[in-house]
Design a protein around this ligand. Structure first.
Ligand SMILES: Cc1cc2nc3c(=O)[nH]c(=O)nc-3n(C[C@H](O)[C@H](O)[C@H](O)COP(=O)(O)OP(=O)(O)OC[C@H]3O[C@@H](n4cnc5c(N)ncnc54)[C@H](O)[C@@H]3O)c2cc1C
Length: 407
């Protein structure tokens, strides 16, 4: 019987996981990973600021939609086959001790992403997966006998029984054209996980300030909460990144010009803020406005917000009328800024969009258009907020595609 030939296009997290899984199940198969760059797993090496936040405990996740704005329904189904517990035991059984931080993010105990890269390379080598680097796949042709012919940049071609596309994100869409030409529907790719540019100089002078806040886009359903960091170009931090992820497509359509409303009191409501402020004013009428500091706001920010609401910080509370107090409450809970563009977030960056999920079989990740062709990783229209969820999607989808390719 001829040997089963499996090709994986893209030597990243999903590609290695698919290759290792397929070879584990079918040691007799020839499994080859083609990587266009000289080094495989280059992105894994820089994840988590070089520490690799490889998954999350999911301890604070009550609804997958919160963390996977795109693909949560498919992830729900696929996590039954390979979830964060499986991911942790997979690496630990291969000699990589892991640690879970207080924020539920999971890292290798070594705090070095190269430990994860080394583990994946060693496992692929141990099982006999072949790795071909500096080799870009440029085309795929389904043949009459059911096999798939891969065309390489250097003009060569090879035939395989099963192929997985694990080429990663493609924010400008160039890596998706040949897949669209095969008949796959594409969800238009746009960037996700970015910071907001705010042109207001008074505001950006507060750079370095970190606050637990809630952010939203007025007139939309998009909102997020968590630490907000003021930077020299605008707003960053987990709350803003989460908002950018949920609103990735909405903001792209508006060319990153929108409004962002900040509740500096975090999740505290307007009524509660008003009641607390009024109680404070009654008890401290002779004190200056600069003295009340709700929610432990940094004093620089508090002074800025008092001025922004139209009050003078040396004014005594008794002199601030009802209107003044209303302005202050409004500034505290609904402080609106104009977003003038999208900033870069160097720590993590993913693509929203890719191969439409309607183009794949949800049980196997096989293409509905080209039999024996599979997809895994960020090339699919699945992406997440920060916290290890993107790599978990790569491991999970790679595992499922690898399992079915070996079937
Ligand atoms: C700076 C940074 C930090 C990040 N940190 C984290 C983190 O800590 N935790 C987390 O969960 N997520 C993180 N992410 C996101 C995460 O890295 C990705 O979601 C994940 O790597 C996607 O895996 P993948 O295998 O689908 O794609 P990739 O890892 O991008 O791999 C795709 C591979 O395919 C190759 N390729 C592409 N086209 C071809 C072709 N035609 N022929 C041959 N090879 C090809 C590419 O060169 C690449 O090596 C981070 C992302 C960035 C950019």
């Amino acid at each position: 019987m001829a040997t089963l030939r499996i090709a994986i296009i893209g030597g990243g997290a999903a590609g290695f996981f698919a290759a290792v899984r397929a070879k584990e199940l079918r040691p007799d198969a020839e499994v080859i990973v083609y990587e266009k760059n000289a080094r495989p797993l280059a992105k894994v090496a820089i994840t988590g600021g070089g520490r690799c936040n490889l998954t999350n405990s999911f301890g604070r996740v009550s609804d997958l939609k919160q963390v996977y704005p795109r693909g949560y329904r498919l992830m729900k189904r696929l996590l039954c086959h390979f979830d964060h517990f499986d991911c942790q035991s997979w690496f630990e059984h291969r000699g990589v001790p892991l640690v879970t931080q207080a924020d539920e993010c999971v890292f290798p105990q070594s705090q070095d992403a190269m430990t994860i890269v080394g583990c994946l390379l060693a496992e692929a080598r141990r099982l006999g997966v072949r790795l071909v680097t500096s080799c870009r796949v440029e085309g795929l042709t389904p043949l009459a006998d059911g096999r798939l012919r891969l065309g390489f940049r250097d003009g060569r071609s090879e035939e395989f029984d099963r192929v997985a596309v694990t080429t990663g994100g493609s924010p400008r869409g160039e890596g998706l054209r040949w897949l669209a030409a095969l008949g796959h529907e594409i969800a238009e790719p746009v960037p996700s996980l970015f910071t907001f540019n705010i042109a207001d100089r008074q505001f950006t002078r507060l750079m370095g300030t970190v606050v637990e806040a809630a952010v939203s886009i007025p007139g939309s359903k998009f909102r997020a909460a968590g630490p907000l960091l003021i930077t020299h170009w605008g707003m960053s931090g987990p709350a803003v990144l989460k908002l950018s992820s949920h609103a990735a497509r909405y903001l792209a359509e508006r060319e990153y010009r929108a409004q962002v409303a900040v509740n500096w009191m975090g999740e505290v409501s307007r009524q509660e803020t008003e009641a607390t402020l009024q109680a404070f004013v009654l008890a401290n009428p002779q004190k200056q406005t600069g003295t009340w500091n709700p929610h432990g706001l940094p004093s620089r920010l508090w002074h800025y917000l008092v001025l922004r609401s139209g009050l003078a910080s040396e004014k005594r509370w008794v002199e601030v009328g009802k209107k003044g107090l209303n302005h202050l409450v409004e500034t505290l809970v609904n402080d609106v800024y104009a977003v003038s563009g999208k900033g870069a977030y160097k720590e993590e960056f993913v693509t929203c969009g890719g191969i439409a999920l309607s183009a794949v079989d949800w049980n196997t990740l096989e293409s509905r258009v080209v039999p024996c062709l599979y997809f895994a990783g960020e090339v699919l229209d699945i992406d997440a907020v920060t916290g290890g969820f993107n790599l978990q999607a790569a491991w999970t989808t790679g595992f499922v595609a690898g399992t079915h390719m070996a079937d």
